[in-house]
Unconditional design. Structure first.
Length: 320
């Protein structure tokens, strides 16, 4: 089967969405393949630089005749290298996010500015991460949203909760403090509140949110883990959106829209993400949440124009 681009997926939404977003931005016609990762290679991706680790996945991959290969994340970096060794100049492999090893077998690398990166050639720097949806897609009709939230009249506040990361593990006190401040701010503008969780949000935090908002006078909704996912479609009806500081993906996604974005701190940010936050704050893509929601002159984050331009420049260089 012939396709312009092949995307390898591993079943983790945040990672897979980056690859899909890139293919859409570059205008590729693409096919997606979910591969099974060798547990050893998943733990030590750099071994893909040493030996072929594709196993049964290659039987599926070789069914396709493709020009571009897109992968995202450390786990798939070794797979990308292994395929480049097999296909050579027949393909151009594009890898998103910083791999944890060096290899000449990456044709193009796309990495966030806040990652300290050693490679100079054929690298495209972006702010945060890519968004898998755009303003047009958000505005599309969604019967589920229209039915479930028909009584949620503007203003609506959307809360996107993250969770444990490599840098920090928020506790109940961290979540309670932020949720109580959101409740207070929402009351000041008579707003409804909608809370969505990520896969990293602890189950007990959802119960905690229910308790905190149990006496809330306006409409309140919290997503359940066994219900259909309402994000990102829910963004359409929301006026103010607060995202916790741990999630680069969700911050980048909302920063890319025209919606008013507020950064909610679960903990004081000391890591490299501080640079990312400051960049968005300085460019007026968002504001720090401080017990109030308000309008401001927002400038949406736009990675796409620079990415397309840089991609074309590198492609021309590779073709010589």
């Amino acid at each position: 089967m012939k396709t312009e681009c092949l995307i390898l997926l591993i079943g983790i939404k945040g990672i897979d969405n980056q690859s899909i977003a890139l293919a859409k931005i570059l205008g590729f016609k693409f096919k997606k393949i979910k591969i099974e990762m060798n547990p050893f290679i998943r733990t030590f991706p750099f071994l893909g630089n040493i030996f072929n680790n594709l196993e049964n996945n290659f039987k599926l991959i070789k069914k396709y005749n493709f020009k571009y290969l897109i992968t995202t994340g450390k786990k798939l970096s070794g797979v990308s290298v292994a395929l480049k060794k097999i296909y050579g100049e027949k393909i151009i492999n594009i890898h998103l996010q910083k791999p944890n090893f060096y290899s000449k077998y990456f044709d193009i690398l796309i990495a966030p500015e806040h990652d300290n990166f050693y490679r100079q050639n054929n690298i495209i720097k972006i702010v945060g991460s890519l968004s898998p949806f755009n303003e047009i897609e958000i505005k599309k009709k969604n019967p589920l949203i229209e039915k479930k939230f028909k009584y949620f009249r503007s203003p609506n506040v959307l809360v996107l909760l993250g969770g444990k990361s490599k840098r920090y593990t928020p506790n109940n006190t961290d979540y309670s403090k932020l949720l109580l401040e959101i409740k207070y701010a929402a009351k000041q503008i008579s707003a409804n509140v909608i809370i969505c969780h990520s896969r990293r949000t602890p189950e007990n935090v959802l119960y905690l949110a229910e308790l905190i908002f149990s006496d809330f006078s306006n409409n309140f909704y919290i997503s359940k883990k066994n219900e259909p996912n309402i994000y990102p479609s829910i963004v359409k009806i929301c006026d103010y959106i607060i995202v916790t500081n741990d999630s680069v993906n969700m911050i980048s996604e909302i920063a890319s829209t025209t919606k008013y974005l507020f950064l909610g701190y679960l903990n004081k940010e000391k890591s490299k993400l501080k640079f990312f936050h400051e960049k968005l704050l300085n460019h007026n893509c968002m504001k720090i949440f401080n017990r109030s929601f308000y309008n401001f002159k927002k400038i949406p984050l736009d990675n796409n124009k620079k990415l397309i331009k840089d991609f074309k420049l590198i492609l021309n260089k590779l073709s010589k």
